[in-house]
Design a protein around this ligand. Structure first.
Ligand code: MUC
Ligand code: MG
Length: 367
């Protein structure tokens, strides 16, 4: 069970339709497949998505961090040594998705070694999750039609609407088009990716009161310290912290400061080991959590699904698992399936997927 090799394989798969949001844009899934190989020949796999506007990482920096910093630090450890691996990686600051992919690849290797699914090793609460889909910027009618298509094809009835970069009138028009097009039964919530000021956020929330939003996420920067507290105190739906909580300590700070009332858990940035910490911390503090999407491919979405299904608190709300549907292809031998608005966890050992070697050859950037 000892780790004898750590691989960082850059690959690029185009999106059919780019995703636009207040802090950036994704046209290509230029991710890094991270694998740990054990002395028994078991391969544990996860992926790291570079999000420079959120974490400062790029595809090249993730490959370099895994190859030059983290692989030498963990070679020779057992796949059971996840806490020593975490401590050694913590000697380097930052690099959240590189560290998280290594952590999740170690859990995958552990599950494969003992023949057990990772969602059960993590807690085994349930066998599937309701799915929520994220809709990027476009014209109001186009966004409403896209959501209607996703509902018709996949049965998804929960949508996260990107706001915060255009004039507020445009965002208000989008939310109204979505509510009118989809009806009252559908869940709608906002993600501003820090694009508004606190007073712009308050203005938008006032104008959107009748749209019936279930929650809002990171409408303004957490660095607007007092303004954000002022806003959160006036917000009558849960205010979710996302990019402001890359670590468990940030979760504590944001919740205790009154700068957020709920937490987005993204396995891409906190792996499984720190996502457990975040979930338990939030539960202890009485704050709700949702499973977020780092614009993951199918490997990353399978990781988020396994984690979300593991605990009662993480499986309560629809999880953001479906943006891989916008990609032109992916790397798994058996693609993930969304049906009737749900995704079932994979029954196999580990996280529950296998990499298609031909596809990896086709999309890898290093050969
Ligand atoms: C999200 O929830 O914000 C966009 C930027 C990022 O860091 O994650 C995505 C989705
Ligand atoms: Mg977000």
């Amino acid at each position: 069970m000892q780790i004898e090799e750590v691989r960082a394989i850059p690959f690029s798969i185009p999106y059919r339709k780019p995703l636009l949001f207040a802090s950036g844009q994704v046209d290509v899934a230029d991710h890094v497949l991270v694998q740990v190989v054990t002395t028994d020949g078991v391969v544990g796999t996860a992926e790291a998505p570079p999000r420079p506007y959120t974490y400062g990482e790029t595809q090249a920096s993730i490959v370099a961090a895994v190859r030059d910093l983290f692989a030498p630090a963990i070679l020779g450890l057992s796949v059971l040594d996840r806490e020593p691996a975490r401590a050694r990686m913590a000697r380097t600051v930052g690099n959240p998705t590189a560290k998280s992919a290594i952590d999740m690849a170690m859990w995958d290797a552990w599950g494969k070694t003992v023949g057990q699914p990772v969602h059960r090793l993590l807690g085994g609460f349930t066998d599937g999750l309701r799915v929520s889909h994220m809709i990027g910027f476009d014209a109001p009618q186009v966004m409403a039609e896209e959501a209607a298509r996703i509902r018709a094809e996949y049965g998804i009835t929960s949508f996260k609407v990107k706001v915060g970069r255009r004039p507020i009138d445009d965002d208000v028009a989008v939310c109204r088009a979505l509510r009118e097009g989809l009806g009252e039964e559908v869940e709608l919530y906002l993600d501003g990716n820090r694009g508004w000021t606190p007073s712009e956020s308050a203005d938008a929330l006032r104008r959107l009161r009748d749209v019936g939003l279930s929650r809002v996420e990171e409408l303004c920067p957490a660095d607007d310290v007092l303004g954000r507290r002022w806003l959160v105190a006036r917000c009558d739906v849960p205010f979710v912290a996302d990019e402001s909580v890359p670590t468990p300590a940030d979760v504590t700070r944001e919740l205790l400061a009154g700068s957020a009332t709920a937490i987005s858990i993204k396995t891409a940035r906190t792996g499984f080991s720190d996502s457990l910490r975040v979930a338990h911390l939030a539960e202890g503090l009485g704050a709700e959590v949702v499973i977020g999407n780092q614009i993951d491919g199918q490997v990353g979405s399978a990781c988020a699904l396994a984690f979300g299904a593991a605990l009662r608190t993480t499986s309560r709300y629809a999880a953001e698992l479906s943006n891989f549907l916008d990609m032109s292809d992916d790397l798994l031998t058996e693609p993930l399936v969304v049906a009737d608005g749900r995704m079932a966890v994979r029954p196999g050992p580990g996280i529950g997927f296998e990499i298609d070697d031909d596809k990896l050859q086709r999309y890898r950037d290093d050969q």
